[in-house]
Design a protein around this ligand. Structure first.
Ligand SMILES: Nc1ncnc2c1ncn2[C@@H]1O[C@H](COP(=O)(O)OP(=O)(O)OP(=O)(O)O)[C@@H](O)[C@H]1O
Length: 354
């Protein structure tokens, strides 16, 4: 994972450690940004926000709080009415809007693929606009399709109506990544996918993003998606106000105020469990297994919430943990709790070090 995974915090949950980040590590900066629409709706009041190079920053909050407006100001689909937004130090208002949009990928829920163009032609849209030759474009399209899990030989020539919703979403992601933009803006990108496909797509996307080192701002109203995907999560309230910006674990373990706590809602601890994974350090030796006991087994790397579900139905209070075909240890409820505590302590240590 890129260095962005190791987040550094200041002590102010609303700054998300802004003061501790070197200026060169910030890719997008919002300074006192305001957006008032013609009908006098103030969607964003006075926003200060820094997006660090290589991080995946999630904007989450209730409907109508200004998340999409904030996102769309970065590529000037919406123009700010006050303050300043810089991309790599350059004021976006003095950058040509078309050139800006070529540097900033944009993925929305209803992907907006061109219906009469094949998958390959859709992915090749921006390379075509910026004048890549055919050979380079073809190689890039194939590389990207493979990256998002769509075998080029099967999918290149299909049309959007010949794809499932999840496959269309993947094509949308591949298209947005085609010229390797330094920034990707994503507005509810996985919204159209069923829950199971969504989880898979989320984790695949996470892998791709960290491989490419793309800086991502992603909008969702789903707190589960936010804490699963984000290096940091900004919780918005009405008027584009940031109530807290922190790592997922800090957000869940130390909500800054009642608004954040209510927004996260019940199930905070289960969500925290979802952030951890069973590792060798959690296990006790196999001697602890009761002779004659029949235990379920789970692989190393299973998320702690799934491990918890197995433990909840285990008659002896333990599950075996495997690495490939080998059983490597026993996990009990106490071990699971210890693992969660360690996770929180490590995150806290990072925060203090930052
Ligand atoms: N073009 C527009 N003209 C006038 N008001 C607008 C416009 N676009 C958005 N708004 C208003 O600005 C506020 C913020 O909208 P925005 O779409 O940014 O919220 P959001 O947090 O992304 O919501 P959702 O999760 O429902 O998409 C809302 O009150 C919305 O009605």
């Amino acid at each position: 994972m890129s260095s962005a995974r190791t987040s550094h915090h200041g002590t102010d949950p609303k700054s998300g450690g802004a003061s501790s980040v070197a200026p060169g590590d910030v890719l997008i900066r919002f300074e006192d940004v305001r957006k008032e629409f013609r009908n006098q709706t103030v969607a964003v009041t006075d926003l200060d926000l820094e997006v660090r190079k290589g991080e995946l920053l999630v904007l989450v909050g209730p409907s109508g709080c200004g998340k999409s407006t904030t996102l769309r100001m970065v590529n000037r689909l919406v123009e700010p009415t006050g303050g300043r937004i810089t991309l790599d130090g350059e004021d976006i208002m003095s950058t040509d809007a078309v050139a800006l949009r070529r540097r900033v990928g944009y993925v929305i829920q209803h992907v907006g693929l061109f219906p009469h163009r094949t998958v390959a032609q859709n992915v090749a849209t921006v390379p075509g606009l910026v004048g890549w030759d055919r050979k380079r474009t073809k190689a890039r399209v194939e590389e990207l399709l493979a990256l998002v899990g769509l075998a080029p030989e099967t999918y290149s020539k299909r049309f959007p109506h010949e794809l499932s919703g999840g496959e269309r979403q993947r094509v949308g992601v591949a298209r947005a990544l085609a010229v390797d933009p330094p920034v990707l803006l994503m507005d509810e990108p996985f919204g159209a996918v069923d829950p199971e496909g969504r989880r898979r797509l989320q984790s695949e996307f996470r892998r791709i993003q960290s491989e490419l080192g793309t800086t991502v701002m992603l909008v969702t109203h789903d707190i589960d998606e936010a804490v699963q995907l984000g290096d940091r999560v900004a919780v918005f309230s009405k008027g584009g106000v940031i109530e807290q910006i922190d790592t997922p674990l800090r957000l869940l373990s130390q909500p800054a105020n009642d608004f954040v706590e209510n927004f996260i809602g019940s199930g905070r601890s289960m969500r925290m469990l979802g952030l951890g994974h069973v590792s060798r350090d959690d296990l006790r030796p196999l001697e602890h297994v009761h002779p004659g006991a029949t235990l379920a087994s789970i692989p190393l790397g299973t998320s702690l919430d799934e491990a918890f579900a197995e433990l909840a139905v285990s008659e002896t209070g333990g599950v075996l943990v495997t690495d490939g075909s080998e059983t490597v240890g026993l996990l009990t409820a106490d071990d699971l709790l210890a693992s969660l505590r360690r996770l929180v302590a490590e995150d806290h240590r990072d925060a203090v070090a930052g």
